[in-house]
Unconditional design. Structure first.
Length: 500
C-alpha cells in the first residue's frame, strides 16, 4: 500500500542531499561531454585519419542519439525505476567513453559517440526526475534545483577549459577517459544513497508506435539543422529532412492522443506552465549555444588565444551562473512568480547579447566580453532554477521521467537549431561584408576577412537578442504559476512511501 502526502516523512529521504551530490556529478559529466570533445576534435581527427567531410559525425552522432532517444529514455526511467535507469545510464556512458578513448578508426569513434548519446538520453531524464520526486519541500527544492541548474548551465563552459587542458597537456583520448571515474563514483554513490518512492513507476505497456515516431521525428529534426549548417538551407536533403520531421512529429501527436498508454501523455505538454517553460527555454538556448560558438571562435581565431586561455575566459560566465542559480534564483523562486523570475533572467541575458553586438577586431576582453559573459551567466543562471523545477512541479510520479525528458529535449533541439541557424546567419553576413568591401580586400585581404568574420558574429548576435526577447514574451504570456507555496502554485506533489 502507498500513501499520499504533500511532503514525504521527515526521515524519508535522509540521504537526499548526499544523493544530490552524485546526481549533480552525473549531470556535470553529461554536460561537460557536450563541449569537451569539441576542443579535442582537431587532434582526434588527425590521429584517426578522419576526413573533413566526416569529422562532423563525431558531434552529430552524439546529438542524433541523445536528442532522438530522450523521450524514450524518460519513459524507460518511469518504467524501470529512476534509480535503476540512472545507474545503468552511468555504466553504459562509461563503457562508451572507454570505447571512444581507445578508438583506432573513425567508425569506432562515431559508434562510441552514438552510444554515449543513447546512454545519456537514459541518464539525463532519470537524474532530473529523481530530483523531482526526492525534493518536494519548497525551500529544499529551490536549493536542489539551483545547484542542478547551475551545473546544467555552466558545465558547457567548464568543458571548454577541461578539454583544452587535457588535449594540450595530455592527449585527446583523455577527454573520453575522464568520464570513467565520474561515472563510477556517481553510480556507486547513487546505488548506496538514492531512494525513490514506491508506486511511482509507470508500468503501462510501452507505446512502440510512439517510440518509433518520436525517435525518427526528433532525429530528422536535429539532423536537418545539422545538414543546414554544412550544406545550406536550400539543399534538397535538408528540406526533405525537415518535411519528414514535421510529418513524423504530427503523426506522433495524433498517435499520443489516441493510444491508451502514450509515450508522452499530452497532459504533460498541454499544461500552459510546462509548455511555456519548454518553449521559452528551447528558444533561449538557441541564443545561448550560438553565442558559445561565436565567442570561442572570436577568442581563438580573431584574438589568437590558445584553447586553454579561451576556455578560462569563460570562467566569469560560470561564476555568474553559479551566483544566478544558487543565490539569486534560489532566494527568489519562493518569493517571485516563475514568469517574472524567468522573464527578468532572459532580459538580463538579452542585455549581455546587446553588449556583444559591439564586438570589433580590437575590442578588449575586459571592457566588452567580460561584462557580457557575467551578465549572460547571471541571467541564464537565474532562469535555470525555475526552468528546471517548474516542469516537474506537481507532476504525477509516473510522468516525472517523461516530463524531465522534455526539459532536456527542448534544450537539445534548441542547441541544434541555435548552432545551425546562427552559424548560417553569421556566414552569410560575413560573405556579404567581404563583397561590399572588395576594394579594401584587394589591398588588405586578411584584415577585411577578419572584419567580415566579426561582422557576421555581431549580426547573428542581434538575432540572439531577438530570440531572448521572444522567450521573455512567451514566458510572461503562458506561465501563470504562482510562487511555490502559494495557493496558486502547483506544489501539491503526490509522494508515495519510500522504497527501502
Amino acid at each position: 500500500m502507498s500513501r499520499t502526502a504533500s511532503k514525504p516523512p521527515v526521515d524519508a529521504y535522509a540521504n537526499r542531499w548526499k544523493a544530490l551530490v552524485f546526481i549533480a556529478l552525473a549531470q556535470l559529466m553529461v554536460v561537460l561531454d557536450a563541449t569537451i570533445v569539441n576542443i579535442a576534435l582537431p587532434s582526434a581527427q588527425q590521429d584517426l585519419g578522419i576526413s573533413d567531410g566526416d569529422r562532423q559525425w563525431v558531434v552529430t552522432a552524439y546529438a542524433l542519439a541523445f536528442g532522438g532517444l530522450l523521450l524514450f529514455g524518460g519513459r524507460v526511467a518511469d518504467l524501470w525505476g529512476r534509480k535503476r535507469a540512472f545507474v545503468i545510464g552511468l555504466i553504459g556512458f562509461a563503457a562508451a567513453s572507454a570505447l571512444g578513448g581507445a578508438a583506432t578508426t573513425g567508425a569506432t569513434m562515431f559508434g562510441a559517440r552514438a552510444l554515449q548519446g543513447a546512454f545519456g538520453a537514459l541518464l539525463a531524464p532519470a537524474a532530473l526526475s529523481l530530483l523531482a520526486v526526492m525534493f518536494t519541500d519548497t525551500k529544499e527544492r529551490a536549493k536542489a534545483f539551483g545547484i542542478y541548474g547551475a551545473i546544467a548551465g555552466g558545465g558547457s563552459a567548464v568543458g571548454f577549459i577541461l578539454g583544452g587542458v587535457l588535449t594540450q597537456y595530455l592527449d585527446w583520448r583523455w577527454t573520453f577517459f575522464v568520464n570513467i571515474p565520474f561515472a563510477i563514483v556517481a553510480a556507486f554513490g547513487a546505488y548506496l544513497v538514492v531512494r525513490e518512492p514506491e508506486g511511482g513507476r509507470n508500468r503501462s505497456p510501452l507505446d512502440i508506435p510512439g517510440v518509433v515516431l518520436s525517435t525518427l521525428g526528433l532525429v530528422s529534426l536535429v539532423y536537418g539543422f545539422t545538414r543546414a549548417e554544412s550544406d545550406g538551407w536550400g539543399d534538397i536533403t535538408t528540406i526533405s529532412l525537415f518535411v519528414v520531421s514535421v510529418v513524423l512529429l504530427l503523426a506522433f501527436v495524433l498517435t499520443e492522443a489516441k493510444v491508451k498508454n502514450p509515450l508522452l501523455p499530452l497532459r504533460v505538454v498541454t499544461d500552459r506552465n510546462r509548455g511555456g517553460v519548454y518553449l521559452s527555454l528551447g528558444i533561449a538556448v538557441i541564443a545561448m549555444f550560438g553565442t558559445f560558438l561565436f565567442l570561442t571562435y572570436y577568442l581563438q581565431v580573431v584574438k589568437g588565444y590558445s584553447p586553454v586561455k579561451s576556455g578560462f575566459c569563460f570562467l566569469p560566465m560560470v561564476a555568474g551562473m553559479m551566483v544566478g542559480s544558487t543565490q539569486i534564483g534560489t532566494r527568489l523562486v519562493t518569493r517571485v512568480p516563475a514568469r517574472f523570475l524567468m522573464g527578468s533572467g532572459f532580459l538580463v541575458a538579452a542585455l549581455a547579447m546587446l553588449l556583444l553586438t559591439r564586438l570589433e577586431i580590437g575590442s578588449s576582453y575586459t571592457s566588452t566580453v567580460l561584462p557580457a559573459l557575467v551578465l549572460l551567466g547571471l541571467g541564464m543562471g537565474t532562469t535555470f532554477n525555475p526552468a528546471m523545477s517548474l516542469p516537474t512541479l506537481g507532476i504525477e510520479p509516473r510522468d516525472a521521467g517523461v516530463a524531465s525528458a522534455m526539459v532536456n529535449t527542448s534544450q537539445q533541439v534548441g542547441g541544434a537549431i541555435g548552432t545551425a541557424l546562427l552559424n548560417t546567419i553569421a556566414a552569410s553576413a560575413a560573405t556579404s561584408y567581404v563583397k561590399d568591401h572588395v576594394a579594401d580586400a584587394a589591398t588588405k585581404p586578411q584584415l577585411v576577412q577578419l572584419q567580415g568574420v566579426v561582422h557576421g558574429y555581431t549580426t547573428a548576435v542581434w538575432f540572439a537578442v531577438g530570440m531572448l526577447v521572444i522567450a521573455t514574451l512567451i514566458v510572461l504570456t503562458l506561465v501563470n504559476a504562482g510562487r511555490p507555496g502559494s495557493e496558486s502554485a502547483e506544489d501539491e506533489v503526490a509522494v508515495p512511501v519510500v522504497a527501502h
